[in-house]
Design a protein around this ligand. Structure first.
Ligand SMILES: C[S@@+](CC[C@H](N)C(=O)[O-])C[C@H]1O[C@@H](n2cnc3c(N)ncnc32)[C@H](O)[C@@H]1O
Length: 196
């Protein structure tokens, strides 16, 4: 096997930055929208105090700081991702949220890049979003970020029955309940906003 030096360098950087608690943001438009529009809006508002962020990476570890002093949880099915999780981290599947949270316990769930990135099976997806609905209080918000490309879309998200329980949430900073980046064809990331 030939090791790519760039991959080795990237690995070393990820480990070093993680150990030093340094931020490692991704420089893409969808990440910009998440980090500059979506997360700050909810982090600044008092009514969102108990937050769950689904799926972790080296580039999401610093989100916990932004939500301080709120109660910020992370969950990831992959035990290896614990190092990128919050202090309150769950190793488990989003499809089992009812094992970890009581009904109406959460104010906000952000599920970005998970549908189509491991959460693929229709039954698992239905259970995951059904669990979100149960765990959120009345007025709680669910944000789903997903890639509108065939290889990352196990089935049309709009056919997901558990999501139909929610109302669309008009997200003020973006003036929409579904944000797509329209000017660049290479960017197919979409954010859907729902409210219970
Ligand atoms: C592409 S990464 C997205 C990470 C992050 N949410 C973001 O904003 O980029 C997908 C992550 O979702 C996790 N994941 C996949 N299926 C999951 C499930 N059913 N429950 C919880 N986490 C899951 C994977 O282990 C992986 O770490």
């Amino acid at each position: 096997m030939v090791l790519d030096p760039r991959m080795i360098l990237r690995g070393v950087k990820v480990v070093t930055y993680t150990l030093l608690d340094r931020e490692m943001p991704l420089m893409t438009h969808d990440r910009y929208i998440l980090e500059q529009e979506i997360l700050p809006y909810f982090a600044e508002r008092e009514e969102y105090t108990k937050v769950l962020f689904v799926g972790c990476g080296s580039y999401t570890k610093h989100y916990e700081k932004w939500f301080h002093p709120k109660e910020y949880w992370t969950i990831d099915i992959n035990p290896m991702k614990k190092i990128y999780g919050a202090k309150k981290h769950i190793i488990g599947s989003m499809s089992d949220l009812n094992l970890y949270f009581q009904e109406k316990e959460l104010d906000l769930i952000i599920c970005n890049g998970v549908f189509g990135w491991g959460l693929n099976d229709r039954k698992d997806v239905e259970e995951a979003f059904s669990g979100c609905y149960k765990s959120l209080r009345e007025g709680g918000v669910l944000v789903v970020g997903w890639d509108d490309v065939p290889e990352k879309k196990p089935f049309p998200l709009e056919t997901c029955e558990s999501l139909m329980q929610f109302q669309s949430y008009f997200f003020p900073p973006l003036s929409t309940s579904q944000y797509r980046h329209l000017t660049d064809e290479s960017q197919k990331h979409v954010y859907n906003f729902y409210i219970k």
